[in-house]
Design a protein around this ligand. Structure first.
Ligand code: VG1
Ligand code: CO
Length: 544
């Protein structure tokens, strides 16, 4: 066997962020860059002989090349078997599903999620552990530490493995099993949801929907499940063909970027339901006819309606949400008499709670929703969950949301992103906020008094690991909150995220425009952090 030991020198910037290592494609194409990271990962995984790994990506530019490199390195590192999605494709939730079903040691996902792709775009790599979820910080810290001292990597010399047809190939003694990336995932969805009931909804002929795959990985999944298995119209899935540059788009499912879907959902004869997913298929946006459901509300409504869904009929163990996500879900948890956990941003923090059976549903304000069916957030799952609710309740999306607000009150919520700021400026802004913390508690801004001001830290209730510095949080007497955080997924400059939330119990005020309802809080957020003055930006670059 032809195993080469290639000498290399470390890169200093291979610390994984909120969701894996993300850099410009060109950065990944530097000599040995990908190889260094992959070998650092293998060096941290212990004995690999006879073990199974899962491998696939969202199909973005550089995916095919990276798959071949990783396969050859896996063979040289004596991995027993690698399950690869056909054409090297797997959505993030599908990888999580396959890791769990085949009891694999873990999986490697090639994606930079919703970040634009192509030769000038972004690439990324993340590792998921045997529970199917993103590696916890103990693992990513170890990989990073290893990457700073790596001096060699192992690779076999072999021909590229063709990935276009199913079957088992031999790569220097390692089995490469090319699998249908849709099969296990679609089967799992059929187990969780009432497909016959959803089918009858489509059969009525008056219910129509669109799913915008944004030329990313979920197109084939959505076509298979919605159009082929559930009988939705053949043109239900928009932008269904995965393209290496996502058609030049930005596959982030929100009102700004999901243009094709938004155009269809806000016109005169709009369909009843719309959903979109991101580059790697883990995010979702939910729309009704001319109506947007915030991700935070969506989590709360899924929780409140879970008893309608076969997979969740037995009830929820608990709910978890990331700290900046609105507290709409907390109110549902309270009503159901179950616990609601507040974790740092990033899906890796839900893993222990899910494994311990403490929570069933999880969500993030960043268009992420999921459950204990996997250990990743899951875009198409969220759309199917909504479809199942609609099939049972036979009301419009808007009616369901309004009824929810009437019962629980409305959490007005918005995130303001200031993208591409100079790194030192944004760090200074956060540092100065941190310095202000001791004086903020008890301060009044107009009608509002600050009752809590801190830098969020989290002790995992299961393994007791401590994570600090997770966002500056100001909580007010009237249940309003402002949170400031720097993004951990960008590849250029820094992004400041300002999360804004107020609570409105009065149904007469539930019709207010969100930005209007939040106006006085937005002013406080700017006043405290001096955002406009420091950044020179009159408004955020993206509002969701
Ligand atoms: C963002 C979101 C976070 C999400 C992460 C990965 O992180 O805010 O909620 O878990 O992206 O999502 P950050 O650090 O930029 O705020 V995905 O769909 O990119 O895997
Ligand atoms: Co994603």
């Amino acid at each position: 066997m032809n195993i080469h030991t290639v000498s290399t020198t470390p890169y200093s910037d291979q610390r994984p962020g909120t969701s894996g290592l993300r850099k410009k494609v060109k950065h990944f194409q530097q000599p040995h860059y990908l190889e260094n990271f992959v070998q650092s990962l293998f060096d941290c995984l212990g004995e690999l002989t006879g073990k199974t790994l899962v491998l696939g990506g969202d199909g973005r530019y550089y995916n095919p090349e990276a798959i071949q490199i990783i396969l050859k390195m896996a063979a040289a590192n004596k991995v027993g078997r690698v399950l690869v999605g056909r054409e090297g494709l797997f959505s993030t939730p599908a990888v999580s599903c396959v890791i769990r079903r085949y009891k694999a040691l873990g999986g490697i996902i090639l994606s930079a999620s919703h970040n634009p792709a192509g030769p000038e775009g972004d690439f990324g790599i993340k590792y998921n552990i045997s529970n199917g979820g993103p590696a916890p910080e103990s693992v990513t810290d170890a990989i990073y530490a290893r990457s700073k001292e790596i001096d060699r990597y192992l690779m076999v010399e072999a021909e590229d493995i063709p990935l276009d047809s199913l079957g088992i190939r031999n790569l220097a003694g390692m089995a490469v099993e090319i699998v249908n990336p849709l099969a296990d995932y679609a089967e799992l969805m059929e187990e969780l949801f009432d497909f016959p009931r959803i089918k009858t909804l489509f059969d009525t002929g008056v219910f129509h929907m669109h799913f915008d795959a944004m030329h990313a990985v979920t197109g084939p999944y959505a076509k298979e499940i919605l159009e082929h298995r559930l009988g939705a119209d053949p043109d239900t899935v928009l932008n269904s063909e995965p393209l290496p540059d996502f058609g030049g788009g930005h596959p982030d499912p929100n009102l700004v970027y999901a243009k094709s879907l938004v155009a269809k959902m806000y016109r005169g004869n709009a369909p009843s339901f719309g959903a979109a997913s991101d580059g790697d298929g883990d995010r979702n946006m939910i729309l009704g006819k001319r109506f947007f459901v915030t991700p935070s509300d969506s989590l709360a409504i899924l929780a409140a309606n879970a008893h309608h869904i076969p997979g969740y009929r037995l009830g929820l163990a608990g709910i978890a949400r990331s700290m900046p996500t609105s507290r709409a879900a907390d109110r549902v948890a309270e009503a159901l008499g179950i616990e609601c956990f507040e974790t740092p941003t990033g899906w890796k923090f839900f893993g222990n709670l899910l494994d311990a059976g403490k929570v069933t549903l999880c969500g993030e304000e960043s268009f992420g929703t999921g459950s204990d069916h996997l250990r990743e957030k899951d875009g198409l799952w969220a759309a199917l969950f909504w479809l199942n609710i609609l099939a049972v309740r036979r009301q419009s999306v808007e009616a369901i949301v309004r009824e929810h607000w009437a019962n629980c009150g409305r959490n007005f919520y918005s995130r303001h992103d200031y993208e591409d700021l100079p790194a030192d400026l944004s760090q200074q802004l956060m540092e100065d906020l941190r310095k202000q913390l001791p004086t903020l508690k008890g301060k009044r801004f107009g009608q509002r008094e600050v009752i809590l001001a801190d830098d969020f830290s989290y002790t995992d209730p299961i393994d007791h690991s401590l994570t600090t510095g997770q966002g500056i949080r100001l909580c007010f007497e009237d249940d309003a909150r402002i949170i400031y955080r720097l993004s951990g997924t960008g590849t250029e400059g820094a992004t400041l995220r300002v999360y804004l939330e107020t609570f409105e119990p009065d149904p007469a005020r539930h019709d207010l425009d969100t930005q209007v309802a939040l106006a006085s809080l937005i002013q406080i957020a700017d006043h405290v952090a001096q955002i406009q003055q420091r950044t020179g930006r009159a408004q955020p670059s993206v509002i969701t």
